[in-house]
Design a protein around this ligand. Structure first.
Ligand code: 6PG
Length: 473
C-alpha cells in the first residue's frame, strides 16, 4: 500500500506535522537526509502509537515511489537555498501531475519563481504558510495555502484535517495563486512582530514606570487575557513573566538578555509595505525596535552619555489595556491594507474575511480580536478596518487611552516605538487636511515638481525666486 502523502525534513516542525497527519488517519511517508533523524522520529511516533501510519524511507527515490499518485510531497526544510536544493533532488523522481507543498517561511517572490519554474514541467507547487510553532504543527496550525487550485484540491483533505479548528471550522484555506500563501504568512508575522513589540512596550511601562515586578506584571496579563485582549500572545506573556529560574530563584525574564532575534519575515513585511506605498508604521516600528534592541553596547554607551532614566510615570493599568487594543486596531488595519493592496497588484483576489477566519485558531496571533475582525470584514465591503463601524466605535473608546500612555511614556522617557507610531498614524489618517501642502511647496521651490490647487488644476508652479539669495533679499 502507498502513503497518502509524503513529507521531507524531520526537524521539529516537519516531525510534528507528520505526527499530526498520522494522527488524523492518513498514512504519511517520511524522509530525511540523516538516518538518525528518521530513527528518532520513529521512536516518537511509536511512543504516540502512530508508527502504523508512518512509512519511513531513507532513500529519496524509494520515498517518492511510496506515495500515492498524483503525489503530494510536503517539504519542510530551512527557507532559502535548501528549498531549491530539495526541489532539484525531487524533480527527476516526480511524475507529471505530482505536487510539491513547501511549508517553510519562504519569501513569496521565491515561491513565485519556483511556481513558474515547475509549472511548465507539469509539477504543481503550493507555497504554504504554516503558523503555530511546534505545538501548532503537532496539534493544529493555521494553514495559508497559495498556488494552483487543482493541486490544492488534491491536498486539501489532509491539510484541512491537520489544521486547527475554530468552532469546528478548519483554519486552512486556499487563498490565491502563486506566492499568495507565503505573502499572507509574511504579513501574519509582521503583525505578530507588532503585537509582540506593543506588549513589550506596555511591559516596559509597568516595569520601569510603575515599578512592578515580573510576577505583578504576569498577574496583569493574566487578567487581560480574560478580556478583549484575550489572545495566545497575551496568555504566553503571562507564563513567560511568571517563570522562575531554578538556579537563582529569580524571575527568568529578568535574566534574559534584552536583544531580540529576527529571521526576516518582519523585514519582508516592512519592505512590502513600503514598496506598495501602504503605511505600516506599527510593523516598521516593531522591526526597528528589534534592531535597536540588538545594539546593546551602543545603548549602554548612550545611557552613559545621556543619563539613566528614572522615576515613576502616572498611568493606569486600564489605560495600558486600552492603549494596547488601540495599537492593535491600527497595526491590523495596516497589515490587512498591505495584503489588500498586494492582492490588487497581483490579481490574487484575496478575501480578508477568510484570512481573518483562518487566523482565529492555531496561529501565533490567534485572538478574540480576530474573530471580531472576521465578522467585520464579512459584513462590510470596506477593506479598511479603521472605517468599519464596530471598529470606529472601539477606536473612539480606546484612542484617548493610547494618547495618555504615549504622552506619559514621552514625558517619562520610556520608549514606545510601536505604540507612538501607531498613534501618529491614526492622527494622520483621520486628519482631513494634513501638512503635505507644505511638502509640495518645498518640492516645487527646489525642483519645479509641481503642485495641485483644487479648481485650478494640477502641475501648477509657484512664482518662486530663482535663487535662495534672491529669496533672502
Ligand atoms: C509562526 C511564527 C514562526 C516564526 C517565529 C520566529 O507563525 O509560527 O511566525 O513562523 O518562525 O515567529 O520568527 P522571528 O525569528 O523572525 O521572530
Amino acid at each position: 500500500t502507498k502513503a497518502d502523502i509524503g513529507l521531507v525534513g524531520l526537524g521539529v516542525m516537519g516531525a510534528n506535522l507528520a505526527l499530526n497527519i498520522a494522527e488524523n488517519g492518513y498514512t504519511v511517508a517520511v524522509n530525511n537526509r540523516s538516518a538518525q533523524k528518521i530513527d528518532d522520529f520513529m521512536i516518537a511516533a511509536k511512543l504516540e502509537g502512530l508508527d502504523g501510519k508512518v512509512m519511513p524511507e531513507l532513500d529519496l527515490a524509494a520515498f517518492v515511489r511510496s506515495v500515492k499518485r498524483p503525489r503530494s510531497i510536503i517539504i519542510m526544510v530551512k527557507a532559502g537555498r535548501p528549498v531549491d536544493d530539495m526541489i532539484e533532488l525531487l524533480l527527476p523522481l516526480l511524475d507529471k501531475g505530482d505536487a510539491i507543498i513547501e511549508c517553510g517561511n519562504s519569501l513569496f517572490s521565491d515561491t513565485e519563481q519556483r511556481f513558474e519554474y515547475l509549472t511548465p514541467k507539469g509539477i504543481g507547487y503550493l507555497g504554504v504558510g504554516v503558523s503555530g510553532g511546534a505545538e501548532g504543527a503537532r496539534h493544529g496550525p493555521s494553514i495559508m495555502v497559495g498556488g494552483s487550485r487543482e493541486q490544492w484540491e488534491n491536498a486539501a483533505p489532509v491539510l484541512k484535517a491537520i489544521a486547527a479548528k475554530f468552532k469546528g471550522e478548519s483554519c486552512c484555506a486556499w487563498l490565491g495563486e502563486g506566492g499568495a500563501g507565503h505573502f499572507v504568512k509574511t504579513i501574519h508575522n509582521g503583525i505578530e512582530y507588532g503585537d509582540m513589540q506593543m506588549i513589550a512596550e506596555v511591559y516596559g511601562v509597568m516595569r520601569d514606570g510603575l515599578g512592578m515586578d515580573a510576577s505583578a506584571c504576569a498577574d496583569v496579563f493574566k487578567r487581560w487575557n480574560e478580556g478583549p485582549l484575550n489572545s495566545y500572545l497575551i496568555e504566553i506573556t503571562g507564563h513567560v513573566l511568571e517563570a522562575v529560574d531554578s538556579e537563582s530563584g529569580k524571575p527568568l525574564v529578568d535574566l534574559i538578555l534584552d536583544k531580540a532575534g529576527q529571521k526576516g519575515t518582519g523585514v519582508w513585511s516592512a519592505i512590502a509595505a513600503q514598496e506598495l506605498g501602504v503605511p505600516a508604521t506599527a510593523i516598521e516600528g516593531a522591526v526597528a525596535a528589534r534592531s535597536i534592541s540588538s545594539r546593546k553596547n551602543e545603548r549602554i554607551a548612550a545611557e552613559g552619555a545621556y543619563g539613566k532614566r528614572e522615576g515613576a510615570v502616572d498611568i493606569s493599568l486600564d489605560d495600558l489595556e486600552k492603549a494596547l487594543l488601540a495599537g492593535k486596531i491600527v497595526s491590523y488595519t495596516q497589515g490587512f491594507s498591505v495584503i489588500a493592496r498586494k492582492s490588487e497588484e497581483k490579481g490574487w483576489g484575496l478575501e480578508l474575511a477568510t484570512i481573518a477566519k483562518i487566523w482565529r485558531a492555531g496561529c501565533i496571533i490567534r485572538s478574540r480580536f480576530l474573530d471580531q475582525m472576521a465578522g467585520a470584514f464579512a459584513g462590510d465591503a470596506s477593506t479598511n478596518l479603521l472605517m468599519v463601524p464596530d471598529f470606529v466605535t472601539l477606536m473612539k473608546d480606546c484612542h484617548p487611552a493610547l494618547r495618555r500612555v504615549v504622552a506619559a511614556g514621552a514625558l517619562g522617557e520610556l520608549p514606545l516605538v510601536c505604540l507612538s507610531s501607531a498613534l501618529s498614524y491614526f492622527d494622520s489618517y483621520r486628519q482631513g487636511r494634513g501638512t503635505a501642502n507644505l511638502i509640495q511647496g518645498q518640492r516645487d521651490f527646489f525642483g519645479s515638481h509641481g503642485f495641485e490647487i483644487e479648481g485650478r488644476g494640477a502641475d501648477l508652479h509657484g512664482d518662486w525666486p530663482a535663487t535662495i539669495a534672491e529669496a533672502a533679499e
